[in-house]
Design a protein around this ligand. Structure first.
Ligand code: GTP
Ligand code: MG
Length: 191
């Protein structure tokens, strides 16, 4: 287990809400409904991040303090057609301010294994990869056959060539948790 202690620290709706940087920080990004908050709950070993079957649940940057040393940040999802223009602009401002003010130790970018590559993911990857090592996480693999998973891996590796690695993840059966924890230890340089 990587996470020994975790608490919800700050629900940041504006840059002035961001907490002081600690010794490391990891962010979780991806389209709405891809499973960011669910993945965080698996890493935490408890249901702390709010999840929903309706896209657009997380609307702010939610900072979770882990082991009193790091922040893990749950980002709002992008790419959901029904998000209002005002909300999209607010998200963009928050994200731009975030990268002006801090450098994450690593980025986990989640991609839904059930849907074909999306333009919004390709654009997001081009953006995020500039700021830190970006690890791709294929989510919801519990819903796919082995052969479909392999097809998806090839598709993703062909498209996101600069990704650090591709993790196969399921919040339902916790597949991929150990690999995720190994990467967390590497990027946060602990134990
Ligand atoms: N089968 C399956 N369902 C999943 C998995 N991960 C998430 N889900 C479901 O997908 C839906 C969205 O999950 P969330 O974790 O809320 O997604 P999110 O990326 O945080 O979404 P936003 O906050 O809206 O950006 C929920 O209904 C989850 O139960 C998974 O690994 N397998
Ligand atoms: Mg969420």
């Amino acid at each position: 287990m990587f996470v020994e202690k975790v608490e919800l620290s700050v629900d940041a709706h504006q840059p002035s809400d961001f907490p002081e940087f600690l010794s490391g920080e990891v962010i979780f990004v991806g389209r709405s409904n891809v499973g960011k908050s669910s993945m965080l709950n698996v890493i935490f070993g408890k249901k702390l991040a709010r999840t929903s079957s309706i896209p657009g649940k997380t609307k702010s940057l939610i900072f979770f303090k882990v082991n009193d040393e790091y922040y893990f940040v749950d980002f709002p999802g992008y790419g959901y057609a029904k998000t209002s223009k005002a909300e999209r602009e607010k998200f963009q401002l928050l994200v731009n301010a975030y990268f002006k003010m801090r450098r994450p130790s690593g980025i986990f970018m989640l991609i839904d294994s059930m849907i074909p590559n999306q333009r919004s993911d390709i654009e997001a990857f081009e953006f995020f990869k500039n700021f830190s090592d970006t690890f791709l996480v294929l989510t919801k693999i519990d819903r796919l056959s082995k052969s479909k998973i392999n097809e998806k891996i090839s598709e993703v590796e062909g498209t996101f060539k600069e990704a650090k690695s591709v993790i196969l993840f399921s919040s339902v059966n916790r597949a991929g948790l150990l690999e995720t924890e190994k990467i967390l230890r590497e990027i946060l340089k602990t134990r």
